[in-house]
Design a protein around this ligand. Structure first.
Ligand code: DON
Length: 349
């Protein structure tokens, strides 16, 4: 074969390969949906939805603009899709509980959390004291039935982050959050002060958890650090990147940093699936199949393992303390993208 014929054959081959790649990726897009189109559709549909109310038991949260609405989705290959306001920050609140739990599991193994706190849904509100009383005396028997995503378990998890003093522990907590978000985050001082001035209930929970053996260090310090971690400022893009770090088995898909050991991620996702939306966790899982976590600042993150992390910020909450628009938008977007991991496994797609 002369050189020209070889060249023509190679061009033909390259052309055919490009056609096959384009066909396969368009098939994938049709099976897995178009993220930007799905996000834009949800943004338009829910932009004017007016249900719910900002949290006001932390006075600073009542002052946040209820119209703030941002959606971000980050895929496991690091692509970022957004709609609405993904710049304005809200306080991360309970979403931080996921990452402090993950940090403790990463450092001390999952059994540390399971033995000290438990990984069971309480079926009660996130700041229930009855939930603490119900398990009193169970500690030491191997299976306390709280979890690190309700306030008592979260304050206990924060107390388990090791360090010689409060500043050293804080540096680790914020450092882990930074690695997951892929940037340096800061505490919103107004929120921290407002919650510190009004968190007597969490102090009571801290004292009880200490009295019953679930907190082994200074509980005042644990409550303060917990309050600080809840006041970290994040936007929708930060939250989606944090969720995507879990979807990518502990590797931040934007920065490429392996933040935690991949083998511990399924346990973190399991607790999110069990208790991430508190007493509405079952309903949420029934409709979406997605491990998720809400915060009273108005954010919700959700994880489609191996596919994407998604986050919505919208402050008005329902009675369970979960953002109304965030729940609706994430449900629609995940449905459009075939993101339900339970459905995907069952159908083998
Ligand atoms: O401790 C609290 O009450 C708040 N810092 C966090 C609660 C929260 O975000 C519950 N989430 N839906």
């Amino acid at each position: 074969m002369d050189q020209d014929a070889r060249l023509r054959r190679r061009r033909l081959f390259v052309g055919a390969a490009a056609v096959v790649v384009a066909a396969v990726s368009s098939l994938l897009v049709s099976a897995q949906g178009d993220p930007q189109a799905a996000i834009d559709a949800a943004f338009t549909k829910y932009k004017t939805l007016n249900e719910g109310k900002n949290a006001d038991y932390i006075p600073a949260l009542a002052k946040v603009d209820p119209n703030l609405f941002g959606i971000a989705l980050v895929t496991t290959d690091g692509k970022v899709y957004t709609a609405g306001d993904v710049q304005s920050e809200v306080s991360i609140q309970s979403i931080s509980k996921v990452f402090t739990m993950a940090q403790v599991i990463n450092e001390q193994g999952p059994e540390a959390i399971e033995k000290r706190i438990g990984v069971d849904a309480t079926g009660m509100r996130f700041n229930s004291i009855i939930a603490v009383e119900a398990v009193r005396g169970v500690v030491g028997a191997g299976a306390p039935e709280i979890n690190p995503l309700v306030n008592p378990g979260a304050i206990s998890a924060t107390s388990m982050v090791t360090g010689p003093n409060a500043d050293a522990v804080w540096t680790k907590i914020i450092g882990f959050h930074n690695d997951c978000a892929g940037r340096s985050l800061n505490v919103i001082q107004d929120v921290y002060k407002s919650e510190s001035d009004t968190n007597q209930r969490n102090q009571a929970i801290g004292a009880l958890m200490s009295a019953y053996g679930y907190i082994k260090t200074d509980w005042h310090q644990a409550v303060d650090l917990y309050t600080r971690q809840c006041s970290i400022g994040v936007n929708a893009k930060d939250l989606a990147t944090m969720a995507a770090t879990l979807a990518t088995m502990g590797k931040n898909p934007v920065t490429g940093k392996q933040v935690m050991d991949a083998k511990y991620v399924p346990g973190v996702l399991a607790v999110m699936a069990t208790a991430g939306l508190y007493d509405d966790s079952g309903k949420w899982l029934f409709h979406t199949g997605l491990p998720a976590k809400s915060g009273v600042g108005g954010g919700i993150i959700a994880v489609s393992p191996g596919r994407f992390g998604i986050a919505v910020v919208s402050p008005p909450l329902d009675d369970a303390g979960n953002s109304v628009r965030a729940q609706r938008a994430i449900t629609d977007i995940s449905t459009a993208l075939n993101g339900n991991p339970l459905k995907a496994r069952a159908s083998g797609s």
